[in-house]
Ligand binder design. Structure first.
Ligand SMILES: N[C@@H](CCC(=O)N[C@@H](CS)C(=O)NCC(=O)O)C(=O)O
Length: 219
């Protein structure tokens, strides 16, 4: 059976949400972040040498990396549900959004989080660079979502699940309240019954722990 390793307050919430949307059978294994360092506990490194949330186990293999896991589960475990087949005209859009979320969109958000945690440890010049990236990226996502409810025209997909956690992490950093289209999208995603079930099963998510120690300008 599919085993989902969930790290508290982490991206692995995505995988829990996905399996709840799909209604596939799975076993949930919870791992708690170290309360001081907020890093993964040794139990996750026993599953995969990278010790990351999310990690899954299926058919004798351990797999890590959100995008790879979402792709694997939708195709291999769920017969393509919530993904887009190669034959569809939307396949290219699906590949883009699924990987853009954790690739280019997540980068500046994580930099800003680490910058906040270290009291502007990146310094103004570097921060200026990644804030510019964040602005362009979020403006693009907002523009697309101003025209439709989901990232793809055909409707909800695993790409929305990957993107939602990017925006959830950006929220305590102050990057959502100024962007009403992203705020509304986040609310729509969070109101899905499967999202709520995933939260109940994984344990309430508190990303406020990542709020910066001191307020920094948002641009
Ligand atoms: N790009 C990877 C990032 C994985 C990642 O950094 N996960 C975080 C949780 S949000 C983690 O495991 N942090 C604990 C640690 O690195 O010790 C993915 O999407 O799976």
């Amino acid at each position: 059976m599919l085993k989902v390793h969930h790290l508290s307050n982490s991206r692995s919430q995505r995988v829990l949400w996905l399996v709840e949307e799909l209604g596939v059978a799975y076993e949930l294994v919870k791992h708690m972040r170290d309360p001081v360092t907020v890093r993964s506990p040794p139990s996750l490194f026993k599953i995969h040498p990278l010790g990351k949330g999310p990690t899954i186990e299926h058919d004798g293999k351990a797999l890590t990396e959100s995008g790879a896991i979402l792709d694997y589960i939708t195709r291999r475990v769920a017969g393509g549900k919530l993904s887009i087949p190669e034959s569809s005209p939307e396949f290219a859009d699906y590949c883009f959004w699924l990987h853009y979320a954790e690739g280019s969109a997540m980068g500046p958000v994580v930099f800003d989080l680490l910058n906040g945690m270290t009291g502007n440890g990146c310094g103004d010049a570097l921060r200026g660079f990644f804030m510019n990236e964040l602005q362009n990226s979020f403006a693009y996502i907002s523009d697309v979502l101003s025209k439709r409810e989901f990232l793809l025209e055909s409707g909800f997909s695993a790409a929305d699940i990957n993107m939602t956690w990017v925006l959830e992490l950006a929220e305590p950093l102050g990057h959502i309240e100024t962007r009403p289209i992203l705020a509304a999208y986040l609310k729509r995603m969070q109101s899905r019954p499967a999202y709520k079930r995933a939260m109940e099963k994984g344990g309430e998510q508190d990303l406020q722990m990542f709020r910066p120690k001191a307020a920094l300008p948002l641009t």
